[in-house]
Structure formats: C-alpha cells, structure tokens
Design a protein around this ligand. Structure first.
Ligand code: AMP
Length: 300
C-alpha cells in the first residue's frame, strides 16, 4: 500500500433538488476523494478551511485514518458552494461559489509529504494544482480533475497543468468544452494530445471510459434503484480509482482498468445519500461486494 496526497476543496455545500434544500452539508472535492481513497489506502489531505469548520468534520476524516497535517485553518469562512439540480438529477447549475479562505490559499506541502508516490489533484483552481506539483518530488502517478469553471476562466493554467499530469479525469461535457470536439473518439484523441497518457471521460449514469493511445475501456455505472444526490460522484470516482492504484502500488493497464471499476463502485455509493452521508457508512467489504456486482453486470 502506498500513500496518496489529495489536494482540493474542503467545503460546505448547499444543495437544492426535487426533495428539498440541504444547507451547508459537508462537501468539497478533497473530502469526497479522501473519504473514498481512505477505504483503500493511506491518505494525506492538503487544503484549507475557515475557523467555522466543525471539529466533528475533522474527527470524521481522522477516524478514517486521513492525515490532516496539511489541512490549514485560516481566519475567515470555509469555501461554500451552492448548486441546484434538475428534477431528474442529470444536470445542475452552480448558483453560488464563495471561495472565502480559498481566495488567498497557497498550498504548502509538508516536507514529510513531498515524496508522496500518488497524487490526486482534485478539483480546485489549476494554478493551485500547479503549485502543488512544484512541491512534489518524482511522484509515481499524478491524477487531475477539473471543471467547466476553470476551462472558462483559467484555461492557460489548465493547459500548462495537463502537460504535467499522467491521468486526466473529466466529464464528457467538460471534455467537449475543453477540446472543442463533439465525437467521443475525436475528444479522447484531443485530450491525449494535451499531455496526459491516460484520459478518463465520465458519462454520469452511463459510466466511464478510459483511453490511452490505442486503448479504449468502458465500465458502466451501477444501476441503482434510487439516486438521492449526485454531488461528489466525480470526486468519489477519482478517490476510488486512485485509492485502488495506491493499494496495488501498480499503474499497469490491467490495474488501471480495474481501478475504473472500483472508482465507479465508490461513485455509486456516493449518490445514495445527500453529500457524504452515505459514504461515511461504507466499509471496505461493501466496496468488495459492489465491485463483484459490477463484474456480474458485464460477464458473458
Ligand atoms: P462533483 O459533484 O464530483 O463534481 O463535485 C462536487 C464538489 O465540488 C462539491 O462538494 C463542491 O464543494 C466542490 N466544488 C464546486 N465548485 C468548486 C470549485 N469551483 N472549486 C473547487 N471545488 C468545487
């Protein structure tokens, strides 16, 4: 088992969907990714919160063995994101993004974490993702996630970042926005030309593709009776994906393919509850069972 450094947002999320409104639930890309990765490997979280971030949330993370040495507490308020979902939960709009303490955050990687072999650059400003990479010494694998906001307002930094990451995880709509292409085969070729050796294109309820030059692999999404809240599904996928690679300490193609299935399994747990509520109940044995159920979906 190898340790994973996770950098990203630590947030309060206010969510609106057909079931109602859920103010200030625990969220953030680094939180979803860390909670999921911690089911598979050791996790070091780097991020920032305000003085309003509750001790109970830190305890929840610590209880999962997540190392919070790199979680800064700054004067001010914690990052707050507010989103509204369509009634069928297939799309959402960001209605508010208050960076708060993130506006002035400069990630400082503790010296003890500088040699982390696996690095998860969860969704956050690409400039901050770049600054983290500058502080890491010869990682074995760097995975990055991003979102439409950064494609819109920070594309040059995002393109610089992509030259330095091994795996890009991105949803299909954002992949089209980034590449200016529509057809998936053209999209994946354009993504790989931007730098990463591996591109993972997520299609929400339709699963995820893994692409490398000359390689295409697809895993379905788990067919659930009921989806409650898709917030964090992408970060959960990334955490499960990298958690599995770190547990195996291997980045060969067969392991990457299995990691896509593990990531999909974690994303399927995430969407079963509001925010992190379902994920925090999940045990390693639940992950194993769901991965087996996944294998059953495609067995011929
Ligand atoms: P996902 O549903 O996987 O795309 O991620 C949802 C999480 O991303 C939420 O918990 C938000 O707090 C977080 N988030 C939303 N907007 C941003 C942003 N601009 N930067 C960093 N994290 C964000």
């Amino acid at each position: 088992m190898s340790p994973i450094l996770v950098v990203g947002s630590v947030a309060f999320d206010t969510l609106h969907n057909a079931q109602g409104s859920f103010p200030r639930v625990l969220g953030g890309s680094a939180v979803f990714a860390s909670v999921c990765a911690s089911l598979l490997s050791d996790v070091r979280l780097v991020g920032v919160v305000g003085e309003d971030y509750p001790e109970s949330a830190k305890a929840m993370l610590r209880d999962r063995g997540i190392d919070l040495t790199g979680l800064e507490v700054s004067p001010g308020e914690t990052f707050h994101w507010e989103g509204r979902y369509t009634d069928d939960l297939t799309s959402r709009e960001s209605i508010r993004t208050d960076l708060n303490v993130f506006a002035t955050f400069q990630p400082k990687i503790p010296e003890a974490f500088a040699e982390s072999p696996f690095v998860m650059l969860a969704n956050i400003q690409p400039e901050l993702q770049l600054s983290v990479l500058d502080q890491i010494r010869s990682p074995k694998l760097v995975v990055a996630d991003t979102m439409n906001l950064w494609i819109d307002i920070a594309k040059p930094a995002l393109l610089a970042l992509l030259k330095r990451v091994d795996v890009l995880i991105i949803n299909e709509e954002e992949a089209r926005q980034l590449t200016g292409r529509h057809h998936l085969v053209e999209v994946q070729r354009a993504l790989l030309e931007l730098g990463p050796k591996t591109a993972i294109v997520k299609q929400g309820e339709y699963g995820a593709w893994l692409f490398q030059e000359g390689v295409a692999f697809h895993a379905p999404a788990f067919p659930l009776e009921r989806v409650v809240d898709p917030t964090g599904a992408g970060d959960s996928f990334a955490g499960g994906f990298l958690g599995y690679l770190a547990r195996e300490n291997d980045v060969s193609l067969p392991t990457l393919r299995r990691a896509v299935v593990v990531g999909s399994a974690l994303a399927s747990f995430c969407v079963e509850g509001i925010g992190t509520t379902r994920l925090v109940e999940v045990q390693s044995s639940d992950v194993d069972h769901r991965v087996e159920a996944f294998a059953e979906l495609v067995r011929v």
